[in-house]
Design a protein around this ligand. Structure first.
Ligand SMILES: Nc1ncnc2c1ncn2[C@@H]1O[C@H](COP(=O)(O)OP(=O)(O)OP(=O)(O)O)[C@@H](O)[C@H]1O
Length: 264
């Protein structure tokens, strides 16, 4: 379970560039629930994921993950609680390390022991099995450097990495946006499988209205650092992509001439 209570985030406080990125966001997400997060550029989506991951500290408010108050806990202190996959496949894994070394590091998140202790024969076999489940043939390339993989292969490995430390919360920051349509579809199927099998509490930021409605249990729209839409159940089932695009138009007070981008 995640609970955000009246979260405010101000960047550059007291400077001419002061920006209120989140303005009183309250959100409770049940264990195992999958929430899609939409909103126009600058709405506060990445900041919302940032306050959950700990790399942005809230100026006001309280954050609970399970029963732990993490409001003042920085990223390293939340590593075993929260996993994150980024838009850029190069972020979140180390290109100079092999697939199995990256997996070993991910499995050790939140712990202090080194890499060599993490790569015993049993663990190597376990990692190999997890990677074989992807059906991408990467189990035969466990000692290849990560930077030899395609963007999609790397995102697939990143998703496996996100599950290894036993975190209950998964944050997905437009993690299919840089992939071709076929690979994006593969990664979304994999995401759904992992989230439901492991009952992960998940927030997925997306610019695709289709993705926002097709995946997960609930959709939240941010605008100007506030939640302006929060739908689940039948209300969400009855929503069409066009309805969301209309809402974007109204929020922005303008006509979108790039609707195709949002539909995709
Ligand atoms: N580190 C920072 N310093 C100053 N301002 C920031 C910082 N991070 C974000 N902002 C500002 O806070 C606001 C919210 O940004 P955020 O990145 O959360 O939006 P977003 O909804 O993720 O947008 P996008 O869809 O463009 O990624 C924006 O106005 C942004 O310029």
């Amino acid at each position: 379970m995640i609970a955000l209570k009246d979260i405010k985030v101000v960047f550059g406080k007291g400077t001419p560039l002061q920006k209120q990125a989140l303005n009183g966001v309250s959100l409770t997400i049940e264990q195992g629930s999958f929430v899609t997060v939409i909103g126009s550029n600058g709405a506060g989506k990445s900041t919302l994921l940032g306050v959950l991951a700990g790399d942005v500290l809230a100026s006001e408010g309280q954050i609970l993950i399970g029963s732990t108050d993490v409001t003042k806990v920085a990223t390293a202190g939340r590593a075993g609680l929260v996993a994150r996959v980024f838009q850029d496949p190069l972020t979140g894994s180390c290109g100079a390390l092999s697939i199995e070394e990256n997996l070993a590091l991910a499995a050790r998140r939140g712990e202090k022991r080194g890499l060599s202790a993490a790569l015993g024969t049993k663990r190597r076999e376990h990692f190999r099995e997890r990677i074989a489940e992807l059906n991408l043939g990467l189990e035969n390339r466990m000692r290849d450097r990560m930077d030899l993989l395609s963007g999609g292969q790397r995102q697939a490995v990143s998703l496996v990495m996100a599950t290894l430390a036993g975190s209950e919360v998964l944050l997905l920051d437009e993690h299919t946006a840089a992939l071709d349509p076929g690979m994006a579809e593969f990664i979304m199927k994999l995401t759904q499988k992992i989230v439901s099998e492991r009952k992960l509490t998940t927030l997925m930021v997306t610019h695709s209205m289709r993705q926002a409605l097709d995946f997960g249990h609930r959709t939240v729209m941010l605008h100007g650092g506030e939640i302006v839409l929060d739908v689940a159940g039948d209300n969400r089932k009855n929503l069409q992509v066009e309805d969301l695009i209309d809402m974007f138009r109204k929020m922005r007070g303008e006509t979108l001439d790039d609707d195709a981008l949002l539909i995709g």
